[in-house]
Write a protein that binds this ligand. Structure first.
Ligand code: CA
Length: 760
């Protein structure tokens, strides 16, 4: 009887969970077109509608822009020139290893400038696992993807003149047509830097119908019946003769390792699999990953769609740059030394952006990715002598800082101990004490920084921004060193973590540039972009003291003085001086358009600043401003971001903020409270634990936290620890339309700051 009851109970639980899994399909809420209405001059995200697996080795996107343009897909365009395998993390970094497939009905036009076919957005479906377009000429294309492959279904508009062009792009490419097996194979060496000379992406394009005619094109000359071409830029075409009731299935896979591996990836991921089978497996995969956060009870219309569209963006980068060998073990082509290694490699990430919220999100909900990223950081160190800072796929000369140190320390402090800690410390010290071939790798200005306590200007560009980021990296390094008992290093670097003080002008209350003799650079204009700053001005960088907000507050004259300064960010006029940039860069134009004073949410440096009121005994101001940004500056529409999305960072800000907290200082293992956007959110944590955030009285007006309970007990702190969330439990928030100026205001309740906590 007992057993029978058990069985029945099990059955009920199973049925309920199956029903639930049918009902809950967050991937259907995603709009992959969010952020695509962008141009060089104004970014609403600078994204493209990637069809992919989460962190997939390849993404696939319709291509509206010409070959070579970083604006691969822009919403304003009305022709598509190809369906492109892409690895592009940002239009500013551009693509590598890219090639495209383009079906054509009617006239055979191989040149990408001429072959575009018109479409309208009404005839387009864009999902993470599926893209479909009906061209105006009647040709229909469906596309889905695996981690290393893709499947297309093509319905041609007419029975004759059916073509598929394979464009192997440029920088050295090759195509071969195999009419026996109905395949086009080849490689492309296309890249924009960051690769060894032996770099190539090898591809297999397989057709399920006979190729009836074919040819190649190089340098504007088309060779009918040519089976092979190798040149700077080549294309192949195949002609078909398929009933209009029937369709052509194209299966594609590729490899950075070699031809044989490409075939192995093909066999493993797409061979003999139907379109429906692949699409539904990829859909399931997205639902599993997106479903680790379940939000319910919309307070603001369409915010569930915005939430999952943002979460989708946060789960694309960094990509898995590894493949599986015949024994099913991961191996990869190293973009650092050009050799094949066993193990994993992740790439396409600018840590300057993603250290802030993307990687902290992984530590909480996607630990398998954090594990892989840690391994690949040390692999990159082994293969290149440095930790990466902006990799695509190898080191790129872009942005500033030593945020790789933040990634390692944040993970380590949260319990990711599966690394060689001595090697990690060595790699971190090297990052702080040396510079690579690219000034963004290692530490530009390290000698002067360590000698003077700041990076002097104008000796080094972006010197003040560098100083602030290095001081934070030094705190991360010290925190890591302390935890492995490297006390001497820890003491040294905790001291250096205070170097931000050297560039704070207490008379003006701003971070400024100093020359090497220790004098302030004159004249000073807090609205002047560039020069000693990076894509921002002093208004934005003055808050870049993630690890010691208390120390910064003391420099500013105390908590209420700093809170007033933070208020002034929003009340100052939105004027600018474009400074050394020589013209208003898009980030400037985007700040002006926000009309929120000097607050520039469209770029990363100031994205944490709203949360700093929690350190200043005025948490209600954080709650009000976070809600304001969540509601006003994001939407699941083509113009739905207020600036570059940037590898998931601007999206991860939304994801965390909508849950009600944000990791202001990665490495501290704390999440600072804001204002949740939903009535309920549930985190599915490792080992099946749940963490529920309940805010049943949440409304558009009730964005203030009146009272909080953690697991039923009154909770006064302005932050949650990683352990508190990871243990699972219940966080009950009583929302109100009035600020509670008595909650979270005692010194004990403030988040971590080096100066006040001295926990280390
Ligand atoms: Ca940016």
């Amino acid at each position: 009887m007992k057993n029978r009851m058990k069985k029945i109970l099990c059955l009920i639980v199973c049925v309920v969970s199956i029903l639930e899994s049918f009902a809950f399909s967050p991937v259907d809420s995603v709009n992959t077109l969010m952020g695509t209405a962008s141009t060089f001059d104004f970014s609403h995200g600078n994204t493209y509608p990637a069809v992919a697996r989460p962190w997939g080795m390849n993404f696939w996107s319709p291509q509206t822009g010409e070959n070579g343009s970083g604006w691969m897909y822009t919403y304003a365009e009305n022709t598509i020139r190809g369906f492109r395998q892409t690895h592009q993390p940002s239009p500013w970094i551009n693509d590598y290893g890219t090639f495209s497939v383009m079906p054509l009905s009617g006239e055979l036009q191989i040149n990408n400038r001429l072959r575009g076919r018109s479409f309208s957005h009404a005839n387009e479906v864009a999902k993470p696992y599926f893209y479909q377009v009906l061209f105006d000429d009647g040709t229909k294309v469906k596309m889905t993807a695996t981690e290393r492959g893709a499947v297309f279904v093509i319905k041609f508009a007419e029975k004759s003149r059916q073509y598929v062009v394979v464009d192997a792009y440029n920088n050295g490419s090759s195509v071969s047509i195999d009419t026996l097996n109905n395949r086009i194979t080849g490689y492309t060496k296309s890249n924009c830097g960051g690769v060894p000379t032996n770099f190539a992406n090898y591809f297999v394009v397989d057709f399920d119908h006979d190729i009836v005619s074919f040819g190649t094109r190089t340098n504007d000359s088309v060779m009918q019946h040519s089976l092979k071409a190798e040149h700077f830029a080549v294309q192949a075409f195949a002609e078909f003769n398929i009933d209009t009731a029937d369709s052509l299935v194209i299966r594609v896979a590729s490899s950075f390792i070699g031809e044989e591996q490409a075939l192995l990836n093909f066999e493993r991921e797409v061979a003999n699999r139907s379109f429906a089978d692949v699409a539904s497996a990829t859909k399931k995969e997205w639902n599993e990953k997106l479903g680790r956060i379940r939000v319910e009870g919309e307070v603001i219309p369409n915010s569930i769609s915005t939430f999952y569209s943002c979460l989708y963006r946060a789960l694309l980068f960094p990509r898995m740059f590894f493949e599986y060998n015949t024994e099913n073990n991961p191996i990869y082509y190293s973009p650092y030394d050009g050799k094949i290694h066993s193990g994993v490699m992740f790439t396409d990430n600018g840590f300057w952006d993603t250290f802030r919220a993307v990687h902290p999100l992984f530590t909480l909900l996607y630990p398998e990715i954090t594990e892989g990223v840690l391994q690949s950081l040390l692999n990159a160190y082994d293969e290149s002598g440095f930790l990466p800072e902006w990799a695509s796929p190898g080191h790129r000369n872009c942005m500033i800082g030593n945020n790789s140190i933040s990634l390692i320390t944040d993970a380590w402090q949260k319990g990711f101990k599966n690394i060689d800690e001595q090697k990690a410390l060595k790699a971190m010290l090297n990052q702080a004490l040396a510079q690579g071939r690219e000034s963004s790798v290692g530490r530009n200005g390290h000698n002067d920084y360590h000698k003077l306590g700041y990076v002097p200007y104008p000796d080094y560009p972006e010197a003040t921004a560098k100083t602030l980021e290095y001081a934070y990296a030094d705190w991360c390094l010290a925190t890591f060193a302390k935890s492995i008992d490297a006390d001497e290093v820890a003491n040294d670097y905790f001291l250096k973590s205070q170097n931000y003080r050297n560039l704070f002008d207490s008379k003006l209350g701003f971070m400024r540039a100093k020359n090497r003799r220790g004098a302030w650079i004159e004249p000073f204009d807090a609205t002047e972009w560039g020069g000693p700053f990076t894509e921002g001005c002093s208004w934005h960088y003055t808050w870049s003291v993630f690890h010691d907000v208390e120390g910064l507050a003391q420099l500013m004259g105390g908590h209420s003085a700093m809170a007033q300064r933070l208020d002034s960010v929003f009340t100052a006029p939105n004027t600018y001086n474009y400074g050394t940039y020589g013209f208003p860069i898009h980030e400037i134009t985007e700040m002006v358009a926000l009309n929120m004073g000097q607050y520039a949410h469209g770029n990363q440096p100031i994205q944490h600043a709203i949360y700093l009121y929690n350190y200043l005994q005025q948490p209600w101001k954080t709650q009000q401003r976070v809600r304001d940004v969540l509601v006003k500056l994001y939407a699941a529409t083509p113009d739905g971001y207020c600036g570059d999305e940037d590898n998931g960072q601007t999206s991860a800000w939304y994801v965390f903020s909508a849950l009600g907290f944000y990791p202001v200082c990665p490495g501290s293992a704390e999440y600072v409270l804001g204002s949740p956007l939903f009535k309920k959110a549930t985190l599915l944590l490792p080992e099946g634990r749940l963490f529920e955030i309940n805010a049943p009285k949440n409304t558009p007006e009730n964005f203030y936290i009146r009272k909080a309970l953690l697991n039923g007990k009154v909770f006064e702190n302005n932050y949650l620890t990683h352990t508190q969330i990871l243990s699972g439990g219940r966080f009950d928030l009583y929302m109100s339309n009035q600020p509670n100026k008595k909650r979270g205001v005692s010194i004990r309740q403030l988040p971590y700051s080096y100066t006040s906590n001295k926990k280390e």
